[in-house]
Design a protein around this ligand. Structure first.
Ligand code: DSN
Length: 422
């Protein structure tokens, strides 16, 4: 039996992904092998627990798969301990907080409206409901993180956890400085590297594992794997909060984190996704991936220069990673209008709050753009200029339906030269 309705819709989505220009900074095109593993028979298996310590029989094969995945991830980030079971980045962050904090503990995260993430203390998320959040942000003048303010808040409030990492910050992080602040106030540091993980894994950005106690990431953005999350540490620590097992045994942080994932916040791990993560990590260790991720970074720089040349206001005036955030107020546009009009020409971006935004999160004054997906299709710096040109024409002709239709046809024709998978 074939479910025609569902498979017709999947085919429609394949066509959409193929015809358009995909610039959502958190998206990418996973390889056919990654997708084959994600769509495999492993979806049938329950495996609560960890390899060698499961609550179900018949786990010998999935034990091998999960061990392989863990070893590859350790190699990729030079980590000594990893957990590859989180179903998502949000689950990974929830597991870490459950493991290291008690309800009501103070946490210090990067302001969502300055580029942070919901799970770093937002009032609408578990992290802002169960813990007491404080926020640092960027300077108004240069759009760069205000580390002095971060230190000031940390010294005053003495949070248990300082979170660094972002979903729309285009610059590298000073992890060393954050760790120094944390040591002064007795906090743990969690680096959520969901976005730049691929660049970090191949040494193109500062290494958070050197200074941060715990690292979380997603696997589907720059890492180009299946949708999912992971947790890592380079060094295990004794637990300074004195959490003990019911039998009175003091537990290491790694053991608390494992329990934070299961049974703390999840049931059975998704072994088909863990297999797909393993495939993606093997790919990420390859020379070909290094060339790819280097090109992602070059493309982002080329794209931000083209936008600046056309008078667009890029927050912090450039990028170190795979994305950029553009304040559209000098173009008399909101993020909402830009997203809608670009969508109608088959260019996909997302509206985004900019620091000190005066619009609501549903409207916003900005747009976020990333180069991970278009680079997977084989596009280079020259193509980035072309894309900026298309965006500029569309945003300068929002009332001109014919022009937008003309650009859309041109784009559909142009993207057919760049297959999703080679
Ligand atoms: N929603 C993701 C993003 O687009 O950055 C982060 O979780």
């Amino acid at each position: 039996m074939i479910d025609k309705k569902v498979f017709d819709l999947i085919e429609k989505e394949r066509v959409r992904q193929t015809n358009g220009i995909e610039l959502i900074a958190s998206e990418n095109y996973a390889s056919n092998e990654v997708m084959a593993a994600a769509g495999s028979i492993l979806t049938n298996k329950y495996a609560e627990g960890l390899p060698g310590k499961r609550y179900y029989g018949g786990c010998s094969v999935v034990d091998n798969i999960e061990d392989l995945c863990r070893e590859r991830l350790k190699k990729l980030f030079d980590a000594s301990w990893v957990n590859v079971q989180p179903h998502s980045g949000a689950q990974a962050n929830a597991s870490v907080m459950l493991a290291l904090l008690k309800p009501g503990d103070k946490i210090l995260g990067f302001n969502l409206s300055h580029g942070g993430h919901l799970t770093h203390g937002s009032s609408v998320n578990f992290s802002g409901k169960y813990y007491k959040p404080y926020f640092y942000g960027v300077n108004k003048e240069d759009g760069l993180i205000d580390y002095n303010k971060l230190e000031e808040i940390a010294k005053k409030e003495k949070p248990k956890l300082i979170i660094c990492g972002a979903s729309s910050y285009s610059r590298d992080w000073n992890y060393k400085r954050i760790r120094e602040v944390a040591d002064k106030c007795g906090a743990f540091v969690l680096a959520d590297i969901a976005h730049p993980a691929g660049l970090i894994s191949r040494g193109l950005l500062n290494d958070p594992l050197e200074y941060c106690h715990v690292i979380t990431s997603t696997t589907h953005k720059t890492l180009r794997g299946p949708r999912g999350g992971v947790i890592m540490m380079r060094q295990d620590y004794d637990n300074p909060f004195g959490i003990k097992t019911p039998k009175g045994i003091a537990r290491k942080i790694s053991s608390l984190l494992d329990s934070g994932v299961f049974p703390g916040t999840q049931g059975g791990p998704l072994e088909h996704i863990i297999a797909a993560k393993a495939v993606a990590f093997k790919e990420a260790l390859s020379e070909k991936y290094f060339e790819y991720i280097l090109q992602v970074q070059k493309n982002a720089k080329a794209m931000s220069e083209s936008f600046l040349n056309k008078g667009y206001n890029i927050i912090s005036k450039g990028t170190d990673n795979h994305l950029m955030l553009i304040d559209l107020r000098n173009k008399n546009l909101t993020g909402k209008i830009a997203e809608e009009i670009l969508d109608s020409s088959d260019i996909t971006i997302n509206k985004n709050m900019v620091p000190f935004d005066t619009q609501s999160p549903f409207v916003t004054s900005g747009m976020r753009i990333g180069t991970a997906a278009v680079t997977t299709r084989g596009m280079n710096e020259k193509d980035m200029k072309k894309i900026v040109n298309y965006i500029d024409i569309v945003l300068s002709n929002i009332e001109n339906k014919n022009k937008i239709q003309e650009i859309k046809s041109e784009i559909n024709n142009w993207t057919s030269k760049f297959p999703l998978h080679k």
